[in-house]
Design a protein around this ligand. Structure first.
Ligand code: GNR
Ligand code: NI
Length: 171
């Protein structure tokens, strides 16, 4: 397994719509396992393929409580139902480290997807799992949590990120 480099915003790969996965082959499974390891190391509760520079529609999530691992793989996911009830939560993103903002999303969703074995599944999710799945689905469409904030907050965060990246290149 390997720890992958997580792309930081602003980067065109984070604002591009990803394409569907054709075939869940050995290379893709290895990549998903590496993404899971990268997510745990970060640490984070989700990681979408575009964040490691792969513009394909899949992500990994683990919102397990305490130390109980609950890794989940979502390939070609589609949200088929969103509750009318919304919830607001302060989100962060591994591609925008140390930046946070309140995002309103559906409180509960139903998602259809292929799991790691390529089996089609349907999942009803609420709470943190629903939150995280919607955040990762956004990544597959080139959308970041800052796109849900006011233009002022978005610009402030992206300006800070540009400075962070510039200082990283300098050292
Ligand atoms: O680790 C993460 N935490 C988080 C917190 C609130 C809402 C969404 C998330 S996802 C984020 C990891 C990440 O950037 N996934 O794309
Ligand atoms: Ni993110």
């Amino acid at each position: 397994m390997a720890i992958l480099n997580i792309i930081l915003a602003p980067d065109p790969r984070l604002t591009t719509r990803a394409v569907p996965v054709n075939d869940i082959d050995g290379d893709l499974k290895r990549l998903m396992d590496d993404m899971l390891e990268t997510m745990y190391a970060a640490p984070g509760i989700g990681l979408a393929a575009p964040q490691v520079g792969v513009l394909k529609r899949f992500f990994v999530v683990d919102v397990g409580e305490n130390d109980a691992r609950d890794p989940r793989f979502f390939v070609n996911p589609e949200i088929t139902k969103r509750s009318e009830t919304k919830a607001v939560y302060e989100e962060g993103c591994l591609s925008l480290p140390k930046q946070y903002g309140d995002v309103e999303r559906a409180e509960a969703i139903t998602v259809r997807y292929l799991d790691r074995a390529g089996t089609e599944r349907m999942l009803d999710a609420d709470g943190m799992l629903a939150r995280c799945i919607q955040h990762e689905m956004d990544h597959l469409d080139g959308i970041l949590f800052v796109d849900h904030l006011s233009a002022l907050k978005r610009r402030m965060i992206l300006r800070r990120m540009t400075k962070v990246k510039r200082s990283k290149q300098a050292d």
